[in-house]
Design a protein around this ligand. Structure first.
Ligand code: HEC
Length: 136
């Protein structure tokens, strides 16, 4: 009696695996054409200087958006002037400090580096710059 559901589960699992490996083959081809992951992992210094906004956008999307994109936990919403104006008024140094080291305000808790310890200080600052630049 137990054999049947297990067999079905095994079949479903196998079908999913097959479907996945087909997709992987397809996406492997497009990844090879655009190795953006490699660029993100090791930006050349010249690119970093020229691509501050681009870097900030990457940091935002990879780490900050999960809260700031939705307002989760009381996070000031991305692109909301009302949410950001009073914070920007505190000055960039305060915003950098709170983003780098974490901060608990009246709305909730901002974790240090957005909870992503693999970000460098420069990455976090670029993320702050990006979010504040869009809140106007
Ligand atoms: C786990 C959710 C979460 C993530 C992820 C997160 N934040 Fe926040 N952030 C918050 C919350 C909540 C607040 C508001 C805290 C308050 O004012 O009570 C906040 C506030 C801030 C502020 C305003 C600080 C101030 O002094 O008013 C900045 C700047 C900020 N976050 C930057 C970032 C950056 C940059 C990232 C990505 C690297 C990030 N946050 C990721 C939750 C998050």
């Amino acid at each position: 009696m137990l054999i049947r559901p297990i067999t079905i589960a095994a079949l479903v699992g196998f079908t999913l695996l097959t479907a996945c490996s087909k997709n992987e083959a397809a996406s492997a081809a497009s990844t090879a054409a655009a190795p953006s992951a490699t660029v993100a992992a090791a930006p050349a210094p010249a690119q970093a200087a020229a691509g501050g906004v681009e870097k900030g956008e990457k940091v935002y999307k990879s780490t900050c958006a999960m809260c700031h994109g939705t307002g989760a936990g009381g996070a000031p919403m991305f692109k909301s002037k009302d949410d950001w104006a009073p914070r920007i008024a505190q000055g960039k140094d305060t915003l950098y400090d709170h983003a780098l080291h974490g901060f608990t305000g009246s709305k909730g808790t901002m974790p240090a580096k957005g909870g992503n310890a693999s970000l460098s200080d420069e990455d976090v600052k670029a993320g702050v710059d990006y979010m504040t630049s869009k809140a106007t």
